[in-house]
Write a protein that binds this ligand. Sequence first.
Ligand code: PGA
Length: 271
Amino acid sequence: MARLDKIYLGTNTKMYKTIADTVDYLMGLNAFTAEVPRSRLELFVIPSFTTLDAARRCIPAVKISLGAQNMGWEDEGQFTGEISPLMLKEVGVKIVEIGHSERRHVLGETDLQENKKVLCALRHGFTPLLCIGETAEQKELGVSDEILCMQLKIGLHGVIPEQAKNLWVAYEPVWAIGVNGVPATKEYADEKHAVIRQTLVELFGYEVGSDIPILYGGSVNRDNAEELIQMPNIDGLFIGRSAWNAASFSEIIQAVMPLFFARKKSFKSLI
Ligand code: PGA
């Protein structure tokens, strides 16, 4: 089955939710989505490191995939405060989120560092979720497309097409994220997703490049999720605040899934 035959919906809980909160949240989310076939939905949650072990034990991996919010690029060593891929493997992590806007713009990570993490994640069999996006200033200056291409070309440098089959990308414009963020319009988001798609095809060839999931993130909520998911180049949603309540997230999931598959069907009937 092609990877894009399903919808990708997930959240990063950032530096919120204790172990107890996370377990509670996951149990709720799992119960609310019990009837949704996982052949059509890739549901994932990326909680804080300390919760991962308990999180894995409370929910089957086939129901909700777990991710880590960051990862060091060496297996072990003198890297105080970093987390090793081996440690993440031990707790059953599938996804490694790399280059979230807060890692880049609050904590100063660079494209070259993201690249080392991507290569390390692939080497260890994780699914890297590479996050990219332009700042408000870069958008203002009219260089958004160039920034996205650069972040992809540096971040994915040295990745071969065979490995890229495990990759996911999230487009998260920096200006759209968080409490002060303004969500991208559906047209703008779709246009940038097309630029990302084109770059992925350039890097990995049509077959692989056209099958890499590209998710939109940045102030997605119950109001804009439906219009975003109907856009032809958006394969999923990567949600922050609006997904941190299990019932609210499940409401978004139930709302967008039929629209996503209706869109796929009408697209297929055109070709
Ligand atoms: P937000 O966060 O939905 O709260 O804007 C998105 C993100 O940081 O991935």
